[in-house]
Ligand binder design. Structure first.
Ligand code: HEC
Ligand code: HEC
Length: 297
């Protein structure tokens, strides 16, 4: 610390004993005073340098947020990360059938160019990974999480091109023209999926499935990618708006309660007619027979 007052032990030996108390008091008091004086100033200095440091850090932070290049760098880093994770998932769950590089094998078609939308559709409806070879992949509860599906889609999209995952939000659905969607549905989809979306059999053990569990996103994806024997409805055939209108119509059909009581599976006139024949005419016949049996001839 300081050199001047550091001789209290020497002082008594040099000075006479009578003056010792005052002499002692002085050197003892002396180191205290400068220390007291220096204390606050050093603390102040330390405090001010801490303030300068804090201001410096804040300014750096503010300048960084203002001047740093926005978005792109982190986005590509995220995308690369998603592709990397997706490749790992793909190698584990899909490569046995679709090939190590996605080029296909004897047990699965090539995925080069099918696009993120096809992966999102196939995996989010649980069709993929295919459990066993069959005429057609069935809808199942999905085994991958939403994040993992995005990663798989990012990886397959990185193999080359294809439709992107469509963005279908609640607002575009509620703004959609339901009547127009219904017309498009009856013209393009009803011949396979039935007028009320209940599905119907096709040839060779294939079938157009029920649409009652399909989400609007999956509906647009199915149109854009054409799974299995379903045709592709590209954006030249059905514009973005048309596709969302069809999805909104199907959602509306799925959510509308049956106003006439029992819907009979919404299969339309056949079960309804059958019920009318059996219960209606059958009941009338029963009444006739009952009247006939009571009559005494
Ligand atoms: C057991 C074999 C098998 C496994 C495992 C498998 N697939 Fe498939 N995948 C198929 C077959 C067969 C088809 C074609 C028939 C169909 O679409 O139902 C197909 C079709 C697809 C399609 C549609 C291609 C197109 O042209 O639209 C996508 C996308 C797909 N698979 C992705 C995946 C992903 C992602 C995984 C891993 C999570 C996976 N598959 C696992 C056999 C398999
Ligand atoms: C030629 C018959 C045919 C036509 C026309 C057709 N589809 Fe399909 N659709 C299919 C078949 C077959 C599948 C099952 C594909 C599979 O399992 O891989 C399917 C599957 C679907 C699915 C997936 C259902 C699920 O499991 O969630 C949706 C959604 C769908 N179609 C919507 C449509 C819409 C919307 C239209 C009209 C724009 C349409 N389809 C026209 C045959 C058809």
């Amino acid at each position: 610390m300081t050199e001047t007052p550091d001789t209290p032990s020497d002082m008594p030996s040099e000075t006479p004993s009578d003056s010792a108390p005052s002499e002692l008091a002085a050197p003892v008091a002396a180191p205290k005073r400068p220390a007291r004086k220096r204390g606050p100033s050093a603390r102040r200095r330390r405090r001010s340098s801490a303030l300068v440091l804090v201001f410096g850090l804040l300014a750096t932070g503010v300048l960084w947020t203002m001047l740093a290049p926005t978005g792109n760098a982190t986005q590509t880093a995220d995308a690369n990360e998603a592709v990397r994770q997706g490749r790992a998932l793909y190698m584990q769950g899909c490569s046995t059938c679709h090939g190590l590089g996605g080029g296909g094998s004897t047990t699965g078609p090539s995925l080069v160019g099918v696009g993120a939308a096809a992966v999102d559709f196939q995996v989010s409806t649980g069709r993929m990974p295919l459990a066993a070879p069959a005429a057609q992949a069935d809808r199942k509860p999905p085994i991958y999480s939403a994040t993992q599906i995005d990663q798989l889609a990012a990886f397959v999209a990185s193999l080359g091109g294809g439709p992107e995952v469509p963005k279908v939000d609640d607002k575009s659905l509620s703004d959609a023209d339901l009547a127009h969607g219904g017309e498009l549905y009856r013209a393009n989809c009803a011949q396979c999926h039935n007028a009320s979306g209940q599905g119907a059999p096709l040839t060779y053990g294939k079938f157009a499935p029920s649409l009652s569990e399909s989400t609007p996103k999956q509906i647009v994806e199915a149109m854009r990618t054409g799974p299995e024997s379903m045709p592709v409805f590209g954006d030249r055939q059905l514009s973005e708006e048309d596709a969302v209108a069809v999805a909104a119509f199907i959602k509306h059909m799925n959510e509308t309660a049956s106003p006439g009581g029992f819907s009979l599976g919404k299969y339309g006139p056949v079960p309804e007619g059958l019920l009318a024949m059996l219960v209606g005419i059958g009941g009338l016949l029963a009444v006739c027979l009952w009247i006939g049996a009571r009559q005494k001839v």
